[in-house]
Design a binder for this molecule. Structure first.
Ligand code: DLL
Length: 431
């Protein structure tokens, strides 16, 4: 049941002691990087003297902007020849920032990913198909190394080419798949086109879905369509990539591996800690990274910590699914809306297909919210009145969730543009 039983079930007080020790080592290492050596001098921090986690509150946050303006080597804390790999963030907002890994960083990262996979029941003998992008994006190689460490057979299919994905799945008897949730839904139309049912015609039993926001409703759809257990997987390049937080079989939040990361949750406005259980911005500190330690990184991701112990026996605290990002909140006619609220409504309507898009425009100084929704093929046959009823129902359900009344356009399956990587859900043309 456990990949690393001692570490996964370490009593909280011991976990805390380990964190203090590792934080001290991390700060000592970080002080060898140009960025943190300047910062620690300025705030007069002597890393060798650190003996409690309280020191964190005296250290300023590190932001994406810091990483960007000190790229590529301003955060490097070891001689450059120790670095064996570079990845970068997918740069949903602004330019990508490079992350540098030593051999030990890669090993530890692989071990964390193996821990996550093992936790959900993946074992030697499983066949693992990795449809995430290989390359600078961490989703491909991050899981690849983790899966190899666990000892399963890996099919490094990478993204796209849906017919080939299904061919590989059926030829090799894939049992475990790593896939973007948006792509998991989209792939269903290729199954349909081929006259196949993923439940009957594949041996899939586990799916790892992550790297982009998605709702419980989306997970349920994926589980039902594929006949799998789908586990939410969270990570960010700045903290290695995948393997930061992951669901156990209880699927009641994602365990954050606190032997490797310190998690703080802060109010994005005041930057003060929020009470446990309340939603705030996740802030992470690396605890084992050598190449590029990062202290108090503001992730921009919003989630809550669940403080109660998990029946699985792991002592590492859990976080809720990601509710949104501080920078993806939409303000429409003065109302705050998160795209996930819209997804939740759409995915709970059976007639709604696999893809949607949110478009914002401004007309006569007024905001206009347009929700473009693909509808399942069978609802497109003939009945115009039925479609209009459906459209009105979607407007009504959205209005009661987000308060604003949107325009809704119903589209045929496959008509929205498809992203190669993470889904692009929002198009803001308000200028
Ligand atoms: O997306 C790492 C990853 C790869 C995670 C594969 C899981 C699976 P970045 O490209 O740096 O790294 O993007 C990180 O993606 O700050 C979140 O906003 C978002 N994100 C990642 N996982 C989830 C998730 C990878 N499970 C950014 N739910 C993060 C919601 C997620 N958002």
């Amino acid at each position: 049941m456990f990949w690393d039983e001692e570490m996964e079930t370490l009593p909280r007080d011991e976990l805390k002691r380990l964190q203090v020790e590792r934080l001290r080592q991390t700060l000592v290492r970080a002080s060898r990087s140009p960025f943190y050596s300047r910062l620690f001098k300025r705030i007069k921090l002597d890393p060798e003297k650190v003996s409690s986690l309280d020191v964190l509150k005296d250290i300023p946050f590190t932001t994406k902007e810091d990483l960007r303006s000190n790229a590529p080597y301003g955060f490097l804390a070891v001689p450059k020849e120790e670095i064996i790999r570079v990845h970068s963030s997918s740069g949903t907002t602004g330019a990508a920032t490079p992350i540098l890994y030593t051999r030990s960083d890669i090993d530890r990262w692989a071990d964390l990913v193996a821990r996550c996979m093992y936790m959900t029941g993946v074992r030697k003998g499983d066949v693992f198909q990795n449809t995430m992008g290989y390359g600078l994006f961490t989703g491909g190689l991050g899981f690849h190394y983790g899966a190899e460490k666990l000892g399963v057979m890996v099919i490094p299919s990478g993204p796209g080419n849906s017919k080939r994905q299904i061919y590989l799945m059926r030829t090799f008897g894939t049992t475990v798949i790593h896939i973007l949730p948006s792509y998991a839904l989209r792939l269903l139309s290729t199954f349909e086109e081929l006259g196949l049912d993923p439940k009957e015609d594949t041996q899939l039993r586990i799916a790892f879905i992550g790297a982009e926001p998605h709702t419980e409703e989306m997970r349920r759809r994926i589980e039902e369509a594929y006949g799998v257990d789908a586990y939410n997987s969270y990570g960010l390049s700045e903290m290695n990539g995948p393997g930061v937080a992951f669901e156990c079989p209880h699927k009641n939040g994602m365990h954050v591996w606190e032997d490797s990361f310190i998690l703080e949750v802060v109010d994005p406005e005041t930057l003060e800690p929020v009470p446990e259980g309340e939603v705030g911005e996740l802030v992470f500190t690396t605890l084992t990274r050598e190449g590029m330690p990062i202290i108090r990184y503001r992730s921009r991701d919003l989630a809550a910590v669940y403080p109660d112990p998990c029946p699985c026996g792991r002592t590492h605290r859990r976080i809720s699914r990601i509710m949104g990002r501080t920078d993806d909140m939409l303000i429409v006619k003065g109302v705050n809306i998160f795209p996930m609220q819209i997804e939740k409504v759409l995915m709970s309507i059976p007639e709604v297909g696999t893809d949607y898009q949110i478009v914002l425009e401004r007309e006569n100084y007024m905001d206009k919210l347009i929700v473009r929704v693909e509808i399942n093929a069978k609802f497109f046959e003939g009945d115009v009145k039925g479609l209009e009823r459906l459209r009105r129902r979607i407007i009504e359900e959205l209005r009661s969730e987000i308060v604003v009344t949107p325009e809704v356009e119903l589209l045929e399956p496959g008509s929205l543009p498809k992203a190669e990587g993470k889904a692009v859900r929002v198009i803001d043309r308000r200028g």
